[in-house]
Write a protein that binds this ligand. Structure first.
Ligand code: SR1
Ligand code: MG
Length: 410
């Protein structure tokens, strides 16, 4: 085989690649024969390895020509390009809340970033009942800084349009989101699956509820037609590595220009899944606290960036209105993001329960009846929210309903 063309890498290939990338080889130290390669692939799409040497470690990710967990599902290789491009765009904006970028190989479709072996996947930390209250507000800060900084509020429109042209190419992964989040759960499709028969009547209700289907259609249209900022595009609790003190957002391969509330909603939706997967009352209260703290931190940081004293960068649209009128317009914009957050969170909950890609949160419940009841609680909650989209517009209202649904299920 021509080794200058794409091929999937094993340990020897990885050592050979890194030997030719001085910045990475120096970080590992020693010589290639001393480098240990450990496969840690865990997500649905890619091969991931940790490579360690005498001086340090790196994390290497390679795209496959198919979905990792389903080789019959073919995929283009370009997702590591979009992840690398996303990472380089947000790194200067987010102050250490993502990983350091080390190398991208456009032929092998390999991305190398710093290794985070002392961190835990946030979903895993939640499943182990670790209460780390600073993580959720850090994600609020991350989304505010990444989205404000890649929006028309912070960059000249010429730069934004150029970036939009690049990320408009991420069609394969955007198609996955469209199909798996906004389409297949709402009709019969062979990729949908759920174990508990108690969910089936609810699924049928959701699929025949006009207000719910219209709400999902509206979210889908907003997802495709509101390029407010560069999004992560898949910001669930498995896309976060954390310790109590240090939090990093990883895996930006689904990056696209879209509505800011999509990233907020993915995160909130996954916290809600954790909430229903945890019958413990204190843990549930902690999740209500985390969602509130996430939203407060996002809102506060986004407004602070918008109102900072320094002059906007040259070429950025200058404000035309000042004083209270301007402040009201800012709050109205954030109200729209808030309503989007609530809607996208609900769509995320539904697809993680009845669509193709589930989450591990409910696996901590060993009793199948209790597990089914908890999943049904989450599904009823998301259905209720989408069915009442016009009435539930604030995170405060959303949390009140969550508390009610949570208590009803205990
Ligand atoms: C085929 S990919 C399935 C899911 O995994 C990713 O993490 C995204 O959430 C996608 O929807
Ligand atoms: Mg991922």
């Amino acid at each position: 085989m021509n080794q200058t063309s794409y091929h999937t890498l094993g340990a020897a290939g990885i050592r050979g690649l890194i030997a030719g990338v001085p910045v990475v080889a120096r970080r590992l130290g020693g010589t290639p024969d001393l480098w240990r390669v450990r496969e840690v692939s865990d997500g649905n799409l890619n091969n991931v390895f940790i490579v360690g040497g005498p001086e340090g470690e790196v994390c290497l990710k390679q795209s496959l020509p198919h979905v990792r967990v389903d080789p019959t599902w073919k995929m283009p290789l370009d997702r590591t390009f979009f992840e690398a491009t996303w990472l380089r765009a947000v790194l200067p904006l987010v102050g250490g809340l993502t990983t350091e970028f080390l190398h991208f190989d456009p032929v092998l479709h390999v991305l190398i970033v710093e290794s985070l072996s002392s961190h835990t996947v946030y979903r895993t930390a939640l499943m182990r009942a670790l209460d780390w209250p600073d993580v959720a507000p850090r994600i609020g800060t991350f989304i505010a800084q990444a989205t404000f900084g890649t929006s028309l509020l912070a960059q000249p429109f010429e730069d934004i349009f150029a970036a939009r042209r690049i990320f408009a190419g991420n069609v394969a992964l955007t198609r996955i989101t469209l199909d798996l989040v906004f389409d297949q759960p709402y009709r019969d499709h062979p990729r949908n699956n759920w174990d508990e028969t108690d969910l089936t009547p609810l699924v049928l209700d959701i699929r025949s509820s006009a207000p719910t289907l219209l709400a999902v259609e509206n979210l889908r249209r907003r997802f495709l037609s509101q390029p407010q900022a560069l999004l992560h595009g898949d910001l669930h609790t498995g896309s976060i590595m954390t310790t109590p003190e240090d939090t990093r957002v990883i895996d930006g391969e689904f990056a696209l220009y879209g509505p800011i509330g999509f990233d907020c909603g993915m995160f909130v939706g996954n916290l809600v899944l954790h909430y229903f997967a945890t019958p413990d009352i204190a843990a549930r209260k902690a999740t209500l606290r985390d969602i509130a703290a996430f939203w407060a931190s996002f809102h506060e940081r986004f407004l602070a960036l918008w109102n900072r004293d320094e002059a906007p960068p040259p070429g950025t649209l200058r404000p035309l209105a000042y004083g209270p009128a301007s402040h009201m317009a800012q709050l109205a914009f954030l109200e729209e993001v808030e309503a989007d957050t609530i809607g996208f969170a609900s769509a995320e909950i539904i697809r993680r329960l009845i669509g193709y890609a589930h989450t591990a949160d409910f696996d901590v419940i060993t009793d199948p009846r209790q597990r089914g009841a908890c999943r049904a609680g989450a599904l009823s909650f998301a259905y209720h929210i989408l069915d009442h989209t016009a009435q539930i517009r604030t995170i405060g209202d959303f949390l009140l309903r969550l508390d009610e649904y949570g208590k009803a299920g205990l």
